[in-house]
Structures are given as C-alpha cells and as structure tokens.
Design a protein around this ligand. Structure first.
Ligand SMILES: [Zn+2]
Length: 181
C-alpha cells in the first residue's frame, strides 16, 4: 500500500499570505504539482493566481471539486486548492481531498475561515479538522492589532466580491462598523 499524502490548510483573513504559502508549497513540490480553484472565482485572471506580494502560479478552474480527480496522473505529488471556501457546499469537495490523500497525493488548501458576517465559511471548518497541518493566518487591522474578521465594504452586487471590497479588522474595530450587507 502506498504512503498516504498529507493535507495542509492555510486559512484566515484576507491579505494574510494564504496564497503566498500555497504557491511556496507548490513550487517546492516542483513538476508534480497542480493547482485548482473553483469556477465561481472569476476575479482577475482565470488561469493564474497572483499574490499581493508578486508571486504567480498557473491554476485550473473546476466547476465541481471532483473534476480534480480527472487530472490525477502517475507523476502527481501535490494538489493545491485555492479559495476552497468558494466551493461552498459542493458535496464532492471533502471526498475529493480524502481520495487524493489516500492515493498518496499531498493536498494544500487555502480559504477564508469566516464569511463577511463572521460566520464559519461553508466547509472550511471541516477541512481544517481533518487536516494534518493547519495554519491560521492573520494580517493586521488598520489600528495595529491582529485582524480576525473581514469587513465588507461592497454593495452585494457581485457574486464573488473583489478583494478590495474587504478590509481585515480586529474584533473591536469590526464591532464599531455598521453591519455588512
Ligand atoms: Zn482594529
């Protein structure tokens, strides 16, 4: 029986370095790595992840997480899943992650921990629970404290809000804002 892979999760607020950590892991894995993200994430360029600090990595968009399994090949060592929170309630997401791990593929997942209302984001808590390594990342609030929440400044008109519609905030500053839409 082949060695199982490991599941690593980077989750937390916006602008906390989740994608940077993902890309660093994928680049270390070399040619055996492929990265995916949900089709609903139509921000920016569809086929590239570009981080705020200038890293980039090719990405394949999939409508259902189980489509990732169609890309399994003998040389595959590592699968990245960017913005896993945006798979929402896709019932194939967690089984796909578990299948990859069981066939010896390392899986690196990023996603938001909470939505704009401070509610745990879809399947992310379950993925974090089954992870072998789990890193909660936080950026700073404009007041200097660590941010825990993402305040939404948009009008709710786009399905997936642009990054610049969010401002990471500590709980104290968040509580002073008017409620998000
Ligand atoms: Zn603050």
């Amino acid at each position: 029986m082949s060695k199982h892979g490991e599941l690593t999760v980077f989750w937390g607020t916006m602008f906390a370095g989740k994608s940077t950590n993902l890309i660093t892991n994928l680049k270390e894995a070399g040619a055996g790595a492929i990265c995916f993200k949900p089709y609903s994430d139509n921000r920016d360029e569809p086929n590239v992840i570009r981080t705020h600090d200038g890293l980039m990595y090719p990405v394949t968009r999939v409508k259902k997480a189980s489509e990732i399994l169609l890309h399994v090949n003998p040389g595959l060592t590592t699968v990245g899943i960017e913005e896993a929170s945006l798979f929402y309630e896709d019932p194939t997401l967690i089984p796909t992650i578990q299948t990859l791990r069981e066939i010896g593929v390392n899986v690196v997942v990023t996603g938001l921990d909470m939505d704009r209302h401070g509610v745990p984001f879809s399947q992310m808590p379950s993925i974090a629970a089954i992870a072998d390594n789990c890193f909660k990342l936080r950026t700073r609030c404009s007041c200097g404290e660590f941010a825990s929440l993402n305040y939404y400044r948009g009008d709710g008109s786009t399905f997936v809000a642009r990054d610049d519609m969010y401002e990471p905030m500590c709980r104290t500053c968040f509580s002073k804002q008017k409620p998000s839409l």
